[in-house]
Design a protein around this ligand. Structure first.
Ligand SMILES: [Zn+2]
Length: 462
């Protein structure tokens, strides 16, 4: 939305802001579902059935095409690759691996010369950025159509149909002060049957109102920020609140899906939770199949998993090249996530490689001199035997200490619960690290609307 539109929107009464949302959304869906969207849907349906050899050939063909495009249209890549003399028609994997990496800092600093299209006609996406610096990337309409075809192809594995009522949990700034005063934490696009729920007010005291509204609206699908949908589920279960109807699926996005969150959501929403990995700056997709694995979507890009020496590995940093980023090409992009590939053979109708676990962002890990990198999923588990913690967050500023912010409930007993949490944290982080507790009334979500369990600001890395 541009700023004038946003201004009018904010000043509008509820019915009008709903209408403005519908109009804006409809214009977006006209792009997303227009052009070659249907062809891409067919392409993903078909390519999923191809034999491995054909998949690999197609992937290499698309890679060559994409690299050639970036070289001819992006000043940044042309300059960077000048000395490599890449032969795009015959490029092989060894040659590909000579291409320099692109870091988040590179992308931020050089966005103007990386970008290949006119920003005015592009579809823009704002990325939150873990450093707090927001970054805008630009997509061509065709790439947007392919990306939406990919997402909706994945969702269709679980019966999803666009147009059925959807609850969308969003980190966008949706509400006016009047809405908040009236405890109205949502806006509705009546045209496309989507109700957008703000993620900024999901605190225990407001959750009953969210659930009451879900029961009134009865969305068939849930989509959006994982931790927010999980928070509603966990609080709902705790307070004994229930949905009074049967939804079909929950599609979390934008965050690592923790096991305990999946369990809580399955229980509360009473349906399957189907995961996908992508990112707003345009990463290729990793999606769940009907058997429950997470597969690399080979037609969406190249996935490299590299160890600390940047050698191919089964566990390490994910580096991506994404075919649907012609506007802002991501080539050997260090996206900052840790993943683990499945090494044992699995039976599946889908032949794409399987990811055993997506561990999440480096900045969502804690560092310990004794135990190395400890990811947030592991940290979340340390709460297993602790009662009375409503929410907690761990901040690390240096390698020798952590600060644990805790929002406690009435059941919390400092003596025993603090001791138990310390014990659990020591199992994961070692005996030496200093642990400091701070009791707070609230831990707010990030500006992006997401909640971060771990915030790592260490200058040194492990
Ligand atoms: Zn599978």
């Amino acid at each position: 939305m541009n700023s004038i539109y946003e201004h009018i929107y904010k000043a509008s009464p509820n019915a009008l802001s709903n209408l403005l949302i519908s109009l804006y959304n409809t214009s977006q869906y006209r792009i997303r579902h227009g052009g070659e969207y249907q062809e891409f849907r067919r392409y993903f349906e078909e390519s999923e059935k191809w034999p491995q050899e054909k998949v690999e050939q197609e992937q290499l063909k698309r890679l060559r095409h994409f690299l050639r495009y970036a070289y001819h249209h992006s000043e940044y890549y042309r300059n960077k690759w000048e000395a490599l003399h890449l032969d795009f028609d015959n490029l092989g994997w060894d040659e590909f691996r000579q291409i320099p990496f692109l870091t988040k800092e590179d992308l931020q600093k050089n966005i103007k010369t990386i970008c290949t299209i006119n920003p005015k006609t592009a579809v823009k996406f704002q990325t939150g950025g873990t450093t707090g610096v927001a970054l805008q990337v630009f997509y061509t309409h065709q790439n947007i159509q392919e990306r939406f075809a990919m997402v909706e192809h994945f969702r269709s594995r679980f019966g999803f149909q666009f147009g059925e009522k959807t609850a969308w949990f969003t980190g966008k700034d949706l509400l006016s002060q009047k809405d908040v005063d009236k405890h109205r934490y949502w806006k509705t696009d009546y045209q496309n049957h989507i109700r957008f729920y703000s993620t900024f007010y999901i605190q225990q005291k407001n959750v009953p109102q969210y659930i009451e509204n879900l029961n009134a609206y009865q969305p068939v699908y849930f989509s959006g920020i994982t931790s927010s949908m999980a928070e509603i589920a966990k609080t709902g279960l705790k307070l004994g609140l229930k949905l009074n109807y049967q939804p079909k699926a929950v599609f979390p996005t934008a965050e690592t899906l923790l096991k305990e969150d999946r369990n809580a959501m399955e229980k509360f929403y009473g349906c399957g939770v189907y995961n996908q990995y992508a990112s707003s700056e345009g990463a290729p997709f990793i999606t769940q199949c009907k058997e429950g694995h997470m597969h690399l979507e080979m037609m969406s890009g190249i996935f490299e998993v590299l160890d600390l020496q940047d050698k191919p590995s089964n566990y390490g940093e994910l580096v991506v090249t994404s075919f649907t980023t012609e506007g802002t090409p991501l080539i050997r992009y260090r996206i900052g996530d840790l993943v683990e590939l499945e090494t044992e053979k699995q039976d599946c109708y889908l032949r794409y490689p399987i990811v055993k676990k997506i561990h999440g962002r480096f900045t969502d890990c804690l560092f310990s001199r004794e135990t190395g990198r400890v990811c947030q999923g592991n940290i979340a588990n340390s709460l297993k035997h602790v009662n009375g913690v409503q929410r907690f967050q761990i901040i690390q500023n240096n390698l020798d200490s952590i600060a644990v912010n805790v929002v406690k409930t009435k059941e919390y007993q400092k003596e025993t619960d603090e001791k138990m949490l310390t014990k659990e944290l020591r199992i994961r982080l070692g005996k030496k690290i200093k642990i400091e507790y701070r009791y707070v009334d609230e831990i707010p979500n990030e500006r992006s609307g997401k909640f971060r369990l771990v915030k790592n600001f260490c200058k040194e890395s492990i």
